[in-house]
Design a protein around this ligand. Structure first.
Ligand code: NI
Length: 174
């Protein structure tokens, strides 16, 4: 169990561009993925990008059976995605509430593509391609943004829809 320290908004590393993985199936890559899983699970995350633990590599993980931070969300299979990419399937945009382990205690309403096809590689270098929608699609778009130095707060259109989770819940905002 190696829970790593999470970088929080304001740390300049979160604004850097992560670099592609060139060598698969290496001890370093396995170790990174284990550290990411331990850190995500310990913090009830829906997903995590390597950059959030200070590693500037294009590796994301996501998935859960049930998530206490997103109790309404259906399960997403636990997935490791290396050098990921996505494309919108029909350009339909949907707004939804997001949080981030690097912006603790807060939520914001963010527009995202509703349906996407994403692809990437597993730890062995085998290609993964999926077509997904709704929260699964949202999580992948959120994690991919991290690899390019973006946070969900950058994409909030109306900052009236951004605040502390507790206050938003009291206000029945979501
Ligand atoms: Ni995040």
């Amino acid at each position: 169990m190696t829970e790593k320290k999470l970088l929080k908004m304001g740390n300049p590393i979160l604004r850097e561009i992560a670099k592609p993985i060139k060598n698969f199936n290496t001890p370093e890559l396995y170790q990174l993925i284990e550290d990411m899983k331990d850190t995500m699970v310990a913090n009830d995350g829906a997903g995590l990008a390597a950059i959030q633990i200070g590693i500037l590599k294009r590796v994301i993980i996501f998935g859960f059976k049930q998530n206490p931070r997103y109790p309404q969300s259906p399960a997403i299979p636990l997935t490791v995605l290396i050098n990921p990419q996505y494309t919108s399937l029909d350009n339909e945009i949907e707004s939804g509430w997001e949080g981030c382990l690097s912006v603790p205690g807060m939520r914001g309403l963010v527009p995202r593509f509703k349906k996407i096809q994403y692809s990437g590689y597993d730890v062995l270098g085998k290609k993964i391609t999926r077509e997904v929608s709704d929260f699964h699609a949202r999580v992948v778009q959120h994690e991919l943004d991290h690899l390019d130095g973006l946070l969900y707060v950058d994409k909030i259109e109306d900052h009236a829809n951004f605040g502390f989770t507790q206050e938003l819940e009291l206000a029945n905002a979501y």
